[in-house]
Design a protein around this ligand. Structure first.
Ligand code: ADE
Ligand code: ZN
Length: 346
């Protein structure tokens, strides 16, 4: 059944310029590229074919996904591999009218296998430069600490990364949430704050609202990644509405990792109605069935979001990004041009 209002909102969602703020670059590694890199690097995979690998993407929770995601990343060995992975993401982002991307990477996944930090950062940074020059897509890198490892490991990773400080703008916290609360990383985040790095953390994906409070109060993050658990805590909802601390929400991820049973039950619209600064993002698009526009299209259709709400989501993505004031002004102007072309009134 077609609904003209939903069709218009979907068309606008596709066309509108937006920032993507929650994308793990290792989660953009498509099965075809995993196999190509495995062959190039002489790595043996425990799957016979692209189809067999894709068939294994049936997740029951975050951990069942992470096990396969870390295995997929094992084909990345040379700077060119990191470059090729990021370049493939940028081509998809461009096709989705992403004009700016803040991209997570997980260095510990690679340094633990003997890949030097320089290889990881330089391969990613060269793809970022090429995306700006050839596609006009701006970007920045955010180094994520793996929370299932110790804070000591995180400190050592930070030290290893500091010679490449110019290539990343901030730090994040990802991997297995339950049992690894933000408080475990309070000291390393304090150090990163002293260094002038931007701070974000995954919280309230599978974990409780308490983890979101810890991310805010102890880690002093500037954005929370996911944060769908906020709905369980009215005080936290009120705080987020008041401060407009952004949440980078990932609807298809929540569906594939069984955080929600059906996209029609996704809390994104409730969060928008409550005045939260929520954004839509793809998280690990190669694993969860779609890039940014697929997330927007399916969420708009499932929740019946209006054109006006699509514009709010795009503007929120600009508000929540870590760009300079002048870049932010030009991103808002790009959004406004498309709003005008769709003859929407402000
Ligand atoms: N690493 C990659 N994707 C992740 C997610 N959705 N949650 C936590 N860690 C991740
Ligand atoms: Zn994530």
């Amino acid at each position: 059944m077609t609904n003209p209002a939903v069709d218009r909102a979907v068309a606008l969602a596709r066309a509108i310029p937006k920032a993507e703020l929650h994308i793990h670059i290792e989660g953009s590694l498509e099965p075809e590229l995993i196999f190509a890199l495995a062959q190039r690097n002489g790595v043996t995979l425990p799957y016979a074919s692209v189809e067999a690998l894709r068939a294994a993407y049936a997740f029951t929770d975050l951990q069942s996904f992470l096990d396969i995601y870390y295995a997929g990343a094992s084909v990345l060995l040379q700077a060119q591999d990191f470059h090729d992975m990021a370049w493939a993401y940028f081509l998809r982002a461009k096709a989705d009218n992403v004009v700016h991307a803040e991209i997570f990477f997980d260095p510990q996944t690679h340094t633990a296998r003997g890949v030097p930090m320089a290889t990881v950062v330089q391969g990613l940074a060269s793809a970022c430069r090429q995306a700006e020059a050839e596609l006009g897509v701006g970007s920045a890198l955010i180094l994520c600490f793996l929370r299932h490892l110790s804070e000591e490991d995180a400190f050592a990773t930070l030290e290893e990364a500091l010679p490449y400080r110019e290539h990343f703008i901030g730090v994040g916290l990802d991997s297995s949430e339950l049992g690894h609360p933000p408080e475990k990383f309070e000291r390393v985040f304090a150090r990163c704050r002293e260094l002038g790095l931007h701070l974000v953390a995954h919280a309230g994906e599978e974990g409780p609202p308490e983890y979101m409070w810890q991310a805010i109060d102890l880690l002093k993050v500037q954005r929370i990644d996911h944060g769908v658990a906020a709905l369980q805590d009215p005080l936290l909802m009120a705080e987020l509405a008041h401060t407009r601390l952004p949440l980078t929400v990932c609807p298809l991820s929540n569906l594939k990792l069984c955080v929600v049973r059906d996209l029609r039950e996704h809390p994104l619209k409730t969060m928008l109605d409550a005045g939260l600064c929520v954004t839509v993002n793809s998280d690990d698009p190669a694993y969860f069935g779609g890039y940014l526009n697929a997330n927007l299209e399916q969420t708009v259709a499932a929740l019946g979001l209006t054109e006006r709400e699509v514009v709010v989501l795009a503007r929120n993505s600009v508000e929540a990004s870590f760009v300079s004031d002048s870049q932010r002004a030009s991103l808002y102007a790009a959004v406004n041009r498309v709003v005008a072309a769709f003859e929407l009134k402000d």
